[in-house]
Design a binder for this molecule. Structure first.
Ligand code: HPA
Ligand code: ZN
Length: 322
């Protein structure tokens, strides 16, 4: 199927499931689980969504996870996301989840994996999916290593691993052993790098972790040799424009480097990151960049094709997604 100019993108590769937790559901789950939150009402909660940087966002993102207690809660969040994904035209989703953010609150890994995994397995409208647990780079490496063991022992259907949370001061190389073990276990490898952190973190993610895709990666633009390498090796970069503006790594959408990245030949695609927090899902991100940056048909087409090319699917599914 050919992607027309106005049809929405088919593939989401950079979305944190906990970042799909909409304010209404946060309050609903808080009531259900008798979790007291420091917000007077929905408006008060929404008023806190003006972020100054990544850490400011992460503080609220982790705090709001307090409402997620049971497998049913994780399933409710994931099912709500999948409904919105289907309505937006998505046909394949590779979803991030942050197990450590729940384990540290005393929520068992099984509740997370059963809830999210169960909802993904029951996805509507033939949406295919994969689950990619991310390790929190600002927590101890030994903890990530133990969580990897638990993930592998759980028997859950996992697509890969990733690395997220506060980036600056937490270089990818710290997680070399964890990634080597995940690779040996047959998992696909991605990592956030070059969101707020320097271009050297992108290089490390490639050379030390051996990632197949870089999440964000926009700071690669500070290093011309790295850009050349990313182009030569066709390394996919999952770029999240509304996230970049909301977390102030880019001043405005009109200033976003996406057109230059496309012109340079980088394998960029557009995704949502944390859609409930940053003002839009993947289709909203596509619409926003098209309007703000005046992308032409060929550029829109390339973004969509790049996403399909970067998906961890077999050739048959890839052909269906085009
Ligand atoms: N960056 C890093 N970690 C994250 C993000 C992000 O945008 N969203 C959720 N965890
Ligand atoms: Zn992200």
């Amino acid at each position: 199927m050919t992607q027309a100019f106005d049809t929405p993108p088919a593939v989401e590769l950079h979305c944190h499931v906990e970042g799909t937790l909409e304010p209404e559901l946060i309050l609903e789950l808080a009531e259900r689980n008798r979790v007291s939150l420091p917000y007077a009402d929905l408006d008060d909660l929404r008023a806190r969504y003006a972020f100054t940087d990544l850490q400011h966002f992460l503080d609220l993102y982790y705090a709001n996870m307090a409402v997620l207690r049971t497998a049913e809660d994780f399933a409710a969040m994931t099912t709500a996301y999948l409904r919105r994904a289907a309505a937006g035209g998505l046909r394949h989703v590779e979803l991030f989840v942050d197990p450590q953010a729940h384990l540290v609150r005393g929520v068992p890994l099984e509740a997370v994996l059963e809830g999210v995994g169960g909802a993904l397995a029951a996805a509507p409208d033939g949406i295919t999916s994969g689950l990619i647990p991310n390790f929190l780079r600002d927590r101890p490496v030994d903890e990530a290593s133990e969580v990897l063991d638990a993930l592998l022992a759980s028997g859950a259907d996992l697509l890969g691993i990733g690395l997220d949370s506060a980036e600056v001061g937490h270089p990818p190389g710290d997680f070399a052993d964890v990634y080597a073990r995940a690779r040996a276990a047959g998992l696909r490898l991605v990592a956030h790098a070059g969101e707020e952190g320097p271009a050297s973190y992108v290089t490390d993610a490639l050379d030390v972790l051996g990632v197949e895709r870089v999440d964000h990666g926009i700071r690669c633009l500070d290093d011309h040799a790295l850009v050349r390498r990313l182009v030569d090796e066709a390394v996919p970069l999952t770029v999240c424009p509304l996230s970049n503006v909301r977390l102030r790594t880019v001043d405005t959408l009109a200033d976003h480097p996406l057109p230059g990245m496309l012109d340079a030949g980088l394998a960029v695609s557009v995704h949502s990151d944390d859609p409930a927090y940053f003002g839009g899902y993947v289709d909203d991100n596509h619409r926003a960049v098209r309007e703000a940056l005046g992308l032409d048909h060929a550029q829109v087409r390339r973004l969509a094709d790049n996403a399909v090319d970067a998906a961890f699917v077999d050739d048959r599914r890839r052909a269906e997604l085009r």
